[in-house]
Each structure stands twice: as C-alpha cells, then as structure tokens.
Design a protein around this ligand. Structure first.
Ligand code: ZN
Ligand code: ZN
Length: 170
C-alpha cells in the first residue's frame, strides 16, 4: 500500500507529508488524530498513517478522525471520536498544483477544499457565493461575515432558479 491520507474535518484538505508540501500548505503536515479507541495523537504526518511515528490507523474497521493541528485548535480541540474522516480522494499525494495549496484558516486567502459543495447565500448581504470556512461556518467574501447556514432562521424564500434554464437539446 502506498501513500494514503484522510481529509481534515475542519478544512477538507488532506493531511500531507512534508515532502509533498507546497509553498503555502506546510501547515497541513501538522495534524491531530482521534483514533476509534479514543486516543488523541498529534504530530507530523508521514504519509503512511503515522503522526510522529505513532500509528493512527488501528487496523480495525475504523479510520481515525483527523484534523490539521490548526483546524483542531480552531474547532475547540475536540477529543472524542465521533466519526471516521473521509479518505482523501488524492491520498494527500497526487493533487493538482493549486488544489490544496491554501494558506491556513484565518488567512484571507484561505480556501476550503470542497469548493463545489459548500456554497451558501450570505444572510447579511445576499451574496450567494459565500464559501465554507471551517467545519461549521461559512464566510462571505463580500462583507466578510461568518455564518452557519440554516443555523437559526429558515430560509423561507428560496428563489426558484432550478429548471428554468434548460440546456439546448441537441
Ligand atoms: Zn484542516
Ligand atoms: Zn455578505
């Protein structure tokens, strides 16, 4: 088995080994894992399921729940195993040039790995291109507001945009 990885619960980017770090994403090599047994392990990811040499893949059915160290701190340092993190599509290795080359959360240029899925309308200014910022919140690029979609009020008026523009039938 070659290199493999999991995606961080906070930012969606994989844990990567230092050798694969680019100019902005060196922070993705420092990680915290919660094993299915409830152990919290932190360290530098080696690309093979170990943090500072300690195995975070326990060989059972359960993958660990993983965060980058920075994302783990921003999430309030969780220490209870809730669910296994998703396996990285690219295994933290074969990724596109800029796909994961993001500065850390909190930096204005930070971007979430899942640019397709997590978009929501900003409740403050109506910008519909607000992107997921961390595990729970979205950030509006226009007004810089942070919000949790559907957190409080129901989005009562949903513009019916679907199905109006049908692609040309060829
Ligand atoms: Zn992260
Ligand atoms: Zn906004």
């Amino acid at each position: 088995m070659g290199l493999f990885s999991w995606d961080c619960e906070g930012c969606g980017h994989p844990l990567i080994m230092p050798l694969n770090a680019q100019d902005k994403n060196g922070w993705m090599t420092e990680a915290v894992a919660i094993t299915s047994r409830g152990d919290v392990i932190s360290g530098t990811y080696d690309g093979y399921g170990r943090l500072d040499g300690e195995n975070i893949f326990d060989g059972l059915e359960n993958d660990p729940q993983v965060y980058h160290k920075i994302c783990w701190e921003r999430a309030g340092k969780p220490n209870k195993f809730e669910r296994p993190s998703r396996s990285s599509a690219d295994q933290g290795h074969f990724y596109g040039e800029n796909e994961h080359n993001s500065p850390p959360p909190g930096d204005p240029d930070f971007f979430h790995a899942d640019e397709e899925r997590p978009k929501a309308a900003c409740p403050e200014c109506g910008n519909e291109e607000a992107r997921q910022w961390d595990a729970f919140r979205f950030k509006c690029g226009d007004c810089n507001g942070l919000f949790v979609p559907g957190g409080h009020d129901d989005e009562g008026e949903d513009p019916e945009t679907q199905g109006e523009d049908r692609p040309d039938e060829s």
